[in-house]
Design a binder for this molecule. Sequence first.
Ligand SMILES: [Zn+2]
Length: 481
Amino acid sequence: MIVSPLVLALVIGAPSFSVDPDVGATAAIERESARHWAALERLWVRTTGRAVKGPPNVRVHARRDFSAGFNGRSTPGVVQLRPTRGAPTERQRIALRHELAHQLLLAACPAAARDRLFHEAFAIWTSGEQENWLSEHITVREARRRLRRGIDDRPSTRAAIARVLAEADAERALTERMRDCEEGPPLTIEALAQAAQFSDAMVVISRHSGEVLAHDGASALKMPFGSTLKPFVVSAHGPGPELDVPADVPMWACHARGPKMGAEEALLRSCNGYFLDWPALPADFGRYQPLFDRFEVRPRVVAEAVGLASRLGLSAFELAQAYRVLAEADPAILATLDDNAKHGTLADTGFSAEGATKTGTVRDADSRPRVGWIVFVDDDVVAVMARRGRAPRTFAAELDAVVRGLDRASLVAVERAGDFAPGCGANGIAVSVSRDRVVVDAHVPDARWLCLGAPTVNGAGVVDGRRLRTRRGQAPRATLE
Ligand SMILES: [Zn+2]
């Protein structure tokens, strides 16, 4: 057999693994260790062009006294793991892969042994655990704030690193650090969390419980929101005037049906000219403004509110939350948007799911799309999809497939009677919604009341008087029932 020098180097470099019997599933863990080490080594060699030397042996032994949220620890050549009975659990395998990443870095780049951010980011990046931490929808800014407090192995730190890996330009910073790990300076939070400007994102939330049913990509990345907030402008300041459609005005080139246009048609055509010419239209979101304040969306001019100017940003998750409130506050405006897939901006795109839609497109100076948005709302869900560099019409079928793929039976609302105390879970935004008022951070008696980004103290749901509306199969928290 002819063995190339590189392969030989890899074979010589790989350690043997000895797993203590009290870890459980010894043979399986040895196999998993060897397999993952080989994968890490390949990544290292391909990124840096350098082989990994040693250690000759890595010993895995059991440790039972980890505090909650901790499943493993590493010192050079030794991995401590929470033990298991029977086959390795997914949690144990992730912890093993995480610790092996530390082991590989210690062997491949001893000079970076004290670069904690590099170590933890590399371990989370390569262990397959990243997805597990993304269910907490923190922004990159919040992630940065957490990391500045200190880098460790705690769940809140891991969620911050996972968020940065998902939404910022982190992989580039990581691979650069790998390449110059012997001489380079330690990885900084700024380098790791350098924000990507535009990215793909998708999130689906239940209108009833508020819980995230599906998400993908950079769902917490703030991006310019295009025309997606025009329905809030009409809901807040409508009904809106009937305006003459001027000829040869580019802002009005939106295929008007006739010589006059009202707010309803302006929404379906997403017609910027209409909003710019609406006399004395306030540059805010009226009764929804306190909610948008929480998302740091405070327009200075009408063009910013309707998305013609793109100074402000909103994440897919925040946009979905805002539409959850709109759907409770103004069903009529959603009914208007039911026509959008037939006669509006999504006509003839193959989008056929029954429900309200609104599109948004952010363009560069040459009118190329930088990011496209589609919001979908029906009786049970809010879905938001953003695609970098694409116009909404080009990915409408993709969102249609996501919406059609949802398990409808579990999504429908059920109502339960009980006593409901006002209050939101940690990090939630409490919103009271009635026909003419939206009150943020307070509970208004007799208004419908929901929590954005967290369950109510009673469980996930919308509270309406003494009833809790949630989705089927979801019980309110037992202690308060
Ligand atoms: Zn770690």
